[in-house]
Design a protein around this ligand. Sequence first.
Ligand SMILES: [Zn+2]
Length: 466
Amino acid sequence: MLCDVRLFNSLTREIEEVVPVDGKTVKIYSCGPTVYRYIHIGNMRSFMLGDLIRRALRFEGHDVRWIMNITDVGHMTDELTDTGRDKMELAESDEGLSAAEIADKYTKAFLEDSDLVGIERADLYPLATEHIPEMIAIIDTLIEKGHAYEVEGTVYYDVTTFPGYGKLSGNTLDRLRAGHRQELAVDPSKRHPEDFALWKVAGPHRALKWPSPWGDGYPGWHIECSAMSMKHLGERFDVHTGGNDNKFPHHEDEIAQSEGAVGHRVTSIWVHGGFLQMGGQKMAKSAQNIKRVTDLAEQGVDPLAYRLLCFGTRYRSEMDFSWEALEAADSRVKQLRKRMADWAPAAGSIGAGAKGFDRRFRSAVAGDLDMPTAVKVANELVSAPDVPDGEKYALLATWDQVLGLDLERDARERWEPTDEITALVAERDTARAARDFAKGDEIRDRLQAMGLEVMDTPEGTRVRPR
Ligand SMILES: [Zn+2]
């Protein structure tokens, strides 16, 4: 490990080193998409944050386990206008598909979009609807411990029983009370206006519902993340990500639920990403400025250029989107790939000049994901007079593990095997045809040591640069 990876913790408001609580694997939970509609590129920026943290940690030698939930029982962002109809159900009647089909359709679209912007697949995408028993168990514990109460089939969290309420977002009970507007109707069954629902009673028209100790109903939105994070990562894990808009109430309520249930801290570092704005407005469905990742491709822009564009702004800051900036990023990515294709990769170790660039790149990435600086270092490297081209290639190819811009694309396409490689491939196929697998494996190892990916196909061995 060359650098300690440090992240800004929204909870402590300090930059902290990521140290896995189990001493081995860094465990990351990211709030994932709600799958009743397409995900716009503004949301993609938040989802790229979890991926970038994983890449940065792996780059410095950490083992990482990353999971991202899929919200397939829709949440109500505005409980006051809650008509009891789930957003999944509304989409269902709009599109003539079942709730499961809607969830499936938009989950697939989300994963395709994620692939296009270079988000490597998470280790697991747990579904909310498959964790109802775990949610019920936590709610049960919260009632037992006096943190929650039931009123006619709906269970509320009593926020006054959790002294740390507000520690993440700053929305403490005092401040929430001071900010209450008189005209807001308060649900009369709540003990305190700030209490939130863990479980809701199902109305007569509700289709998405489950049996529970409190009757048929459905979970509140926040409880799913307590249930899925602790089930898959344990009661202590390292990093939790989300967008700035998740801080309150979603993550504040998750802390109250998880810590209320287990009696200790659960997440070490909370990381929140800034919004994407378009013409000064937050990119959101209501703003009518939705862009899907596939829209970018249709406009002839490489979706990975969107990654480079995002790297131009620190992840915590709001970012303004413009087509001009995206097109500039697109040209830059293409230019970098072309330059690399002109350079032959250097074999062996790199010199002092290149090492200096490597140190600067790594320290930028490890220093709370300072990608604007990391990209600046990459640009300087490209035009550095004192670093041999082969070393530039080697560095950029390594850095691409973090950048994820597929910088070797052109080099790969232009690549042709040398006579030595062709001979080794033929030798391996002959050995394998004679069932001499030990020799086949030995040649495979040699090819891999030459920086090649070795694939067994029905037509025999195929190789390409890694
Ligand atoms: Zn969540």
